[in-house]
Design a protein around this ligand. Structure first.
Ligand code: GLU
Length: 481
């Protein structure tokens, strides 16, 4: 497909919702699959709710997911600016054009009056629909003067065609809108700010967006937007409306269902690879049914035809499971790097740790972790000397355990500094042979003495990660109690 251009157009009014992240991912993948461009546009025309901190948080979360954009407020591009608040003169120009052509009219009503109008219609059992007749009565000489004095501009309202219309949506198929499906709507508010439906059309057209992939909660807006495209003489992009993500109760996924912010998952020790993998499958499937997918595999397999038209259910347990899988299989260097901040946060002194040693330690415990947050506790067996307790005492009093430990200690102190797995295996086996203690008695006791835990990584890994010096220290510590 030629010159594909997609966009993600979040409003910076909070965090990045998992649904938003999925939309961003689909737009990213579609652009990448087709060798096109992916644009980030910040829709910040809701001045009260939009904040610079939210924009930063959104950008950070998208960067954490590695959904890199080719054009956007931070990287620029030839169709900028990419922040709607910086494009006001463009919207005004087109609003004037529509006014001149007779496709729009001015409105001198205050927002409360518009609300009241809609309420009256609702009370009469009618759907709330604005018309010129409803608002023209506010255009009195007095009102115009009040507006002028208050520094207000008349709102601009688009005259919506009242005719049935069809949208051939790439996901939903043919969608029919009845002739009264939408009434007239605001293009500009009296504050001079554009509405979402207006700004989105101007920007998608100016930014040459070819495919609009977004949630199907925007379907009814699409009718308004299509009519605007026609009135402005712009070519329509293709629309693909993806189904909502639902909670387990089949209601739209929201905070009520638990964590929905990407930032929460990032900060709770999820891997961006697992997150992307989980998100892509919430509404899309791989042609060969693959469930574990790298971003490159997603890019090469992604087509809109495989987007599902039915809603997906968000399953936090499945996401966690997938995260565990990624922790176990991703490059160990990377997992170790990612673990360091969690260790620091848990109060461990990471400055002196040797990276290759830590890598070995992480590798030995990653089987047991489902998020990176589990790492400090699992790694603590290597980082803290266990405190002997009554259980240690009872183990030491078990027949031959104390002697076996003494023999093992002796063997360690005579061994070379660097011990291979084979050396370690032989060393322990020799103890068993020498004193005729059963493995099933000795191994659990040795594990407890070395780690202070009854379960954990393979004993061989524990010995290997701890190394000669620490093994000796820990045995001494237990024996001397
Ligand atoms: N700013 C809109 C939103 O966050 C964008 C919707 C669209 O993609 O058109 O819902």
């Amino acid at each position: 497909m030629e010159n594909v251009r997609t966009r993600f157009a979040p409003s910076p009014t909070g965090y990045l919702h998992v649904g938003g992240a999925r939309t961003a991912l689909y737009n990213y993948l579609f652009a990448r699959h087709n060798g096109g461009k992916f644009v980030l546009r910040i829709e910040d025309t809701d001045v009260i709710r939009s904040t610079a901190e939210s924009e930063k948080a959104l950008i950070d979360a998208l960067q954490w997911l590695h959904l890199n954009w080719d054009e956007g407020p931070d990287v620029g591009g030839k169709f900028g600016p990419y922040r709607q608040s910086e494009r006001l003169s463009i919207y005004h120009k087109y609003a004037n054009e529509l006014l001149k052509k007779g496709n729009a009219y001015e409105c001198y009503a205050y927002p409360e009056e518009i609300e009241q109008l809609k309420e009256e219609q609702l009370n009469k059992g009618k759907p709330p629909r604005l018309t010129y007749n409803d608002v023209s009565r506010f255009s009195t000489f007095q009102r115009k003067r009040d507006f002028e004095r208050g520094g207000l501009k008349p709102g601009v309202i688009f005259k919506m065609e009242r005719k049935a219309r069809v949208l051939d949506d790439l996901v939903k198929g043919r969608v029919r809108f009845g002739e009264n499906a939408a009434g007239d709507f605001f293009l500009l508010r009296s504050s001079g700010m554009p509405t979402y439906n207006f700004a989105v059309v101007i920007d998608d057209a100016m930014m040459k967006i070819t495919h609009v992939i977004r949630g199907d909660d925007h379907l009814s807006n699409t009718l308004r937007q299509m009519t605007l495209y026609d009135a402005l003489g712009f070519d329509l992009p293709k629309f693909a409306h993806v189904s909502m993500i639902l909670g387990p109760d089949k209601k739209r996924l929201s905070k009520r269902h638990g964590a929905v912010a990407i930032e929460y998952y990032r900060d709770s020790g999820y891997l961006s690879e697992a997150m992307l993998n989980y998100l892509v499958l919430l509404g899309w499937s791989h042609p060969a049914g693959k469930e574990v997918l790298s971003i490159d595999e997603m890019c090469s397999a992604f087509t809109i035809e495989r987007l599902s038209s039915s809603p997906a259910i968000f399953d936090g347990v499945k996401l966690k499971h997938l995260n565990g899988l990624y922790i176990r299989h991703l490059d160990i260097n990377k997992i170790t790097e990612l673990t360091i901040p969690y260790l620091a946060e848990a109060g461990f002194e990471v400055g002196d740790m040797e990276f290759s040693w830590l890598m070995k330690a992480v590798d030995s415990v990653r089987e047991e972790c489902t998020t990176l947050k589990d790492m400090p506790e699992k790694l603590s067996i290597y980082l803290r000397m266990p405190q002997p307790d009554s259980y240690t005492e009872s183990l030491l009093n078990t027949e031959k355990v104390r002697e076996s430990l003494i023999i093992l200690r002796g063997k360690f102190s005579q061994a070379k500094d660097e011990l291979t797995d084979e050396d370690l295996t032989n060393l322990v086996k020799d103890v068993l042979k020498e004193i005729k203690i059963k493995g099933k008695v000795f191994y659990p006791a040795l594990r407890y003495v070395l780690t202070g835990k009854k379960v954990g990584p393979k004993l061989l890994s524990v010995l290997s990660v701890l190394g000669k010096e620490r093994v000796i220290q820990r045995i001494d510590n237990a024996l001397n109690e």
